[in-house]
Write a protein that binds this ligand. Structure first.
Ligand SMILES: [Zn+2]
Length: 237
């Protein structure tokens, strides 16, 4: 295959640009799929679940506390009414019945007070837990946001480098004839498609070449593209 010297250097450069574009694509994909990012997202979703559980627990206890308070008020109201009735009644029999009810209501009131106190203590603990886990979630969410921004900046920078390279690629492609370009594309899907001989090795596969091969490649006309016997890459001067 024949190609003049400027064409050959465009072909070599095209191969380098394509390799760099692939490298950038890889770095972008690694950055976007970074394990750090998915670990942080996972942590946030777990903490969100914990916040919901803590809030549900707090709200349930809050409801229990209100119910306990209502029950206590009912008993207190009945006690107040009974005391009033006791003061007003003139019947010893009624007084005895009322007195007995007051005694059992008083016991019930003490029991309810204990229950309410115990619920309020649990409510206090639940409130602290909810605050702690909400703060944790908040921090995690901020960290995730910062991480996303950091990655976005990195990706934007890489994309801008990539766009420059794609523009370079277009210019270089226009300098290479169609038949050579076709061969180049077929090779480039599998390997480094273009190389040179440097330090008695092929720069595409880095294999050392025999003196005979090197001589044969050197003997080719200047505008003839050679081929590496090891990797089949096109060899330019
Ligand atoms: Zn090679």
């Amino acid at each position: 295959m024949k190609l003049d010297k400027p064409g050959q250097s465009a072909l070599l450069k095209l191969s380098e640009v394509d390799i760099e574009i692939d490298r950038i694509k890889n770095v972008i994909s690694k950055a976007v799929n970074s394990p750090e990012l998915s670990a942080k997202s996972q942590e946030l979703s777990e903490l969100s679940g914990e916040v919901i559980a803590a809030r549900t627990n707090f709200e349930n206890l809050n409801m229990e506390a209100r119910k306990a308070d209502d029950n206590l008020h009912m008993v207190e109201e009945r006690l107040a009414r009974d005391n009033e009735r006791l003061n007003q009644t003139s019947s010893p029999k009624d007084a005895q019945a009322i007195q007995s009810e007051i005694e059992s209501l008083t016991l019930r009131k003490e029991g309810l007070e204990e229950v309410e106190l115990e619920i309020l203590e649990r409510l206090e603990v639940a409130k602290q837990e909810l605050e702690e886990i909400s703060n944790k979630r908040e921090n995690c969410s901020k960290e995730l946001e910062e991480l996303r921004e950091k990655i976005q900046i990195q990706v934007d920078e890489l994309k801008s480098q990539g766009r420059k390279l794609v523009a370079d690629k277009e210019t270089l492609t226009s300098k290479v004839p169609a038949d050579i370009l076709e061969k180049y594309k077929a090779l480039a899907t599998k390997q480094v498609a273009v190389g040179k001989i440097e330090s008695r090795s092929c720069t595409a596969c880095h294999m050392g070449l025999t003196a005979n091969t090197i001589d044969a490649l050197a003997d080719l006309p200047e505008d003839e593209i050679g081929s590496c016997p090891e990797c089949l890459a096109m060899i330019v001067r």
